[in-house]
Design a protein around this ligand. Structure first.
Ligand SMILES: Cc1cc2nc3c(=O)[nH]c(=O)nc-3n(C[C@H](O)[C@H](O)[C@H](O)COP(=O)(O)O)c2cc1C
Length: 168
């Protein structure tokens, strides 16, 4: 999904992340807590998500907006433990969003982490974990003929959801 965040000055940034879980509380993704997006979320804890399914029902778009909070340590531990070992090592090796002076330095860090955790389980780095976007707006967009698309917008105020249609 596309994840859009903003810093304290309103400067916007968008990137793709994996939607790992959806539950009654919201939409969960995992990342580096020292990354650029994490800095933006600390400064401005709202975000927008966008999905596109081109092959579904003449195109479906889903837009979601809401407040972002860190997922619990247990939830992050559980997902980290389920990841392939190479991805766990990669999470330790990557200083996500920081300047990498040359590619070989990443390979060196991977080798270092492989040595450090040789023969042992790889623990979750403290700087790696989940975020949950708690939605207050969800819009379902269904492509229709002649650009007369259907837009269903669901909005929550104080936990009370309402639905309205929007002009396309
Ligand atoms: C298909 C795809 C899936 C990705 N999934 C994730 C993810 O789940 N978590 C993550 O941190 N980055 C993921 N990335 C990398 C991000 O797009 C981005 O490069 C990275 O998170 C750094 O973003 P930032 O510098 O804005 O923090 C993915 C990229 C692609 C193309």
């Amino acid at each position: 999904m596309t994840l859009a965040t903003a810093d304290a000055d309103g400067r916007l940034s968008a990137r793709i992340v994996l939607l790992k879980a959806v539950d009654d509380r919201g939409f969960v993704f995992f990342t580096n807590y020292a990354s650029a997006k994490a800095g933006q979320l600390a400064a401005h804890p709202r975000a927008a998500l966008c999905f596109l399914w081109k092959a579904l029902r003449d195109v479906v778009q889903v837009r979601i907006e809401g407040v972002v909070e860190k997922a619990g340590a247990e939830e992050s531990d559980a997902y980290f433990a389920s990841r392939p070992r190479a991805s766990q090592i990669g999470a330790w090796a990557s200083l996500q969003s920081q300047t990498l002076p040359e590619r070989s330095m990443l390979d060196t860090r991977v080798a270092e982490m492989e040595r450090r955790f040789a023969g042992a389980e790889v623990p979750r780095p403290v700087d790696w974990g989940g975020y949950r976007l708690v939605p207050d707006m969800i819009e379902l967009w269904f492509g229709q003929r002649a650009r007369l698309h259907d837009r269903e917008r669901y909005e929550s105020v104080g936990g009370q959801w309402t639905k309205r249609l929007l002009y396309p």
